[in-house]
Structures are given as structure tokens and as C-alpha cells.
Design a protein around this ligand. Structure first.
Ligand SMILES: [Fe+2]
Ligand SMILES: [Fe+2]
Length: 258
């Protein structure tokens, strides 16, 4: 798929939520599982700026197409976190900067060295950008699938509309990442080898290392543990299979099985 940067920039915007009824949760609250899932999503969407930090210290920052996209991507993901925070607030839960500050205090010590690791990796191989673009595609596919699953499982009009709007935004992010990944992998067997090795060695569901491990386990079981969820995981694996040189990794289905 070819990414149309002009259209993406034209349609980039803050997520529209002013028409959503966040007071509806007073009479019709979400069940405990759906809320637990939304806490995870709030934290991970709000962590986007930290993922951005790790990309910008690499040679990806020299590519103006990538930096244009990342600027908008970070802005849009911020509003996803903010909107999900309003669902949590509708249940009298802490959200936004108070919750995010506490989360960042709990990050593992290794987090502070992560940019150094990416800087070194970027100096060692010109193909780290291919890894980042592929990683981004997998995470956006996963996020979009997670939103679809939660919209169905929560069975509530407000998050259902909200999550569908987020999915539409994630679709544009998918277009960029998958297009960049596909082009970079098609151009270089070395990029394929490095990306394949990195995904097999380091990939884990988005949120791993940010939220607690028990939450990652809960989410993959709750959202992808049944037949419909597994079907979605298999679909994402097939999308990864179609990227040049990346067939047979089974990232999602292995994560669900674990
Ligand atoms: Fe998002
Ligand atoms: Fe996204």
C-alpha cells in the first residue's frame, strides 16, 4: 500500500469526542474487565511520546517524511489517551497527568538507558529504521484489533463509538508504518535479516515494560484468548507474513499462546 502523506496531513486532527456522553457511565458503568483494559490503553496511548523519544535518537530523525509523520502521530495518540482518560474519569478513576506521572515513576530502571541502546544500535546498522517502521506497523495493527475487540466485549454505546473513531485514526498510522516497512524491507536483504532477528528476539505486545506484566497477561487473554480474538491475531500474523522477508514469525499467535 502506498502512503499518501498529503492526505494524512490534511486529515490529521484531534479526536472528536465533544458529542460523546461520558456521563452515561453514572447509570451504566462498564464491567471490571473492560475498565481494566481501558486503563491499559490509556497508559499505552499516553506513553507514545516516550516511544517517540527512542526513535528520534536514531538516524530516522534525518528522514523528513518520517519526522513529519511522527509529529502528527504523537499529537493524535495524545488525544487517544486523553479521550480514554475521560472514560476512566466517568468512573471516578484517576486519569491524565496524575496517572501518567505515577506510571512513569514506576518504569523500570533500564528505561533511562533505552535511548542510549537505540543510539548505539543505530550507529551499528543502517537498518534500525526498517525495524522501527515494522515494529510500528505490528503495534498499530494490534492496537486497532484490540479496539475492535473491546468495542464488542464492552457492549456500551460510548466506548463503542470512541473506539471506532480511534480505529480509524490507527488505520492511517498503519498505512504509514506498513508502507515504510514494506519499502525498506523490499530494498534490502540485510534489512530483512536485521528486522526478522529483532522481532524474533525482542518483540512483545505493546505496553510490555510499561505496564505491569500481569496487565499484559490479562489483556492478551481477555481480548485475544477466545476464538474471535485468535482469528484476529492470526490475521495480523498474516499481514506480517506479507512483509518482505518476514514470513513465518507468528508473533501474535505466539504471544496469545504464551
Ligand atoms: Fe492510538
Ligand atoms: Fe496509532
Amino acid at each position: 500500500m502506498t502512503f499518501d502523506a498529503t492526505t494524512f496531513l490534511k486529515h490529521s486532527d484531534r479526536l472528536e469526542i465533544d458529542d460523546l456522553d461520558f456521563d452515561a457511565f453514572r447509570d451504566q458503568p462498564l464491567d471490571a474487565e473492560a475498565l481494566r483494559c481501558l486503563r491499559y490503553m490509556h497508559d499505552v496511548e499516553s506513553h507514545t511520546v516516550c516511544y517517540l523519544r527512542d526513535v528520534l535518537v536514531t538516524r530516522a530523525h534525518r528522514d523528513p517524511d518520517i519526522t513529519s509523520f511522527l509529529t502528527i502521530w504523537n499529537y493524535e495518540e495524545f488525544w487517544h489517551g486523553d479521550a480514554i482518560g475521560k472514560v476512566l474519569a466517568g468512573h471516578d478513576e484517576t486519569a491524565g497527568t496524575t496517572r501518567i506521572a505515577a506510571l512513569r515513576q514506576r518504569l523500570p530502571k533500564g528505561d533511562r538507558w533505552q535511548p542510549v541502546g537505540f543510539q548505539v544500535a543505530s550507529a551499528l546498522t543502517p537498518h534500525l529504521t526498517a525495524v522501527h517502521m515494522t515494529w510500528g506497523a505490528v503495534n498499530e495493527w494490534t492496537t486497532q484489533a484490540a479496539c475492535a475487540r473491546l468495542a464488542k466485549l464492552a457492549d456500551h454505546p460510548t466506548p463503542s463509538v470512541l473506539l471506532r473513531r480511534i480505529m480509524k485514526k490507527e488505520g492511517r498510522h498503519i498505512d504509514f508504518y506498513s508502507s515504510e516497512a514494506s519499502g525498506r524491507l523490499a530494498n534490502s536483504r540485510a534489512a530483512q535479516r536485521v528486522t526478522r532477528w529483532a522481532l524474533r528476539r525482542f518483540w512483545a505486545p505493546v505496553g510490555t515494560g510499561v505496564v505491569e506484566g500481569a496487565e499484559v497477561d490479562f489483556l492478551r487473554t481477555y481480548l485475544f484468548g477466545d476464538e474471535d480474538g485468535l482469528t484476529m491475531a492470526e490475521r495480523i500474523d498474516r499481514r506480517v507474513d506479507r512483509l518482505p522477508g518476514l514470513d513465518g514469525l507468528h508473533l501474535l499467535t505466539s504471544a496469545v499462546a504464551a
